[in-house]
Write a protein that binds this ligand. Structure first.
Ligand SMILES: [Zn+2]
Length: 224
């Protein structure tokens, strides 16, 4: 039986890489300078590079179950997501943080239904979703609303990170809340003025966040 993964590795090396070799080598020579930290759910149907049309070197990615941001704390524990946020903001100096949830999210569903007893880490992790849950039977509409509420909750938690708050307040960093509707192929962006998610097809901005307008390098302020 052919090893499908091995064949794909060879395809990358033999077909894709030669066409983009220069870009990868530039990224090695000059280092990475991504402007965006993308915090997304681990779901296999969420493909950040496809959604954003990004090229290699453009997205610094953190993915976890539910696209959750732990509250900032100073316990100095093994907090992978927290470490990635610190690295992205303090070292890479990203200009945007996107939190991207999605439709039919298994993490949201599991937060209502409960995870297996043996999944002790998952059960604990999903408690980060508690504040987004609604006191209703999880209908399709309730699940969708919960997915969106969870995104906004993570944006609020991000503002609890001192380095995030500082950069946002200085106008150097914007926060974007996205809800990706898989079956429609469309991202709905959080609009703070409306307090709701707006389809990208009719939105006037990419979710420039509840906090500050996005400021380009030349100092021009891009109003939502
Ligand atoms: Zn998910």
């Amino acid at each position: 039986m052919p090893d499908e993964l091995l064949l794909r590795l060879r395809d990358f090396h033999e077909d894709y890489f030669p066409l983009h070799q220069q870009r990868f080598q530039d990224l090695v020579a000059q280092g990475q300078h991504p402007k965006t930290l993308f915090i997304g759910c681990s779901d296999s149907r969420l493909v950040p590079y496809l959604l954003t049309g990004a090229a290699p070197g453009e997205l610094f990615l953190v993915r976890n179950v539910g696209a959750l941001v732990p509250p900032y704390d100073q316990s100095h524990g093994l907090h992978g997501t927290m470490a990635a946020i610190e690295y992205a903001v303090l070292t890479l100096q990203v200009e945007r943080i996107i939190v991207c949830g999605h439709s039919h999210c298994g993490a949201v569903r599991t937060a209502y239904d409960g995870a297996p007893e043996e999944a002790v880490a998952l059960r604990s992790w999903l408690r980060l979703m508690d504040e987004a849950l609604l006191p209703v039977q999880p209908s399709a509409e309730a699940l969708c609303r919960t997915e969106q509420r969870a995104v906004v909750l993570q944006l609020e938690r991000l503002m609890g990170y001192p380095m995030v708050r500082r950069e946002v307040e200085a106008g150097r960093l914007t926060l974007h809340g996205w809800h990706y509707v898989i079956e429609d192929g469309e991202v709905h962006v959080f609009d703070a003025q409306q307090g709701d998610f707006v389809p990208a097809s009719v939105s006037t901005h990419s979710g420039t966040g509840p906090y500050q307008p996005y400021v380009e390098h030349d100092g021009q302020i891009i109003e939502p």
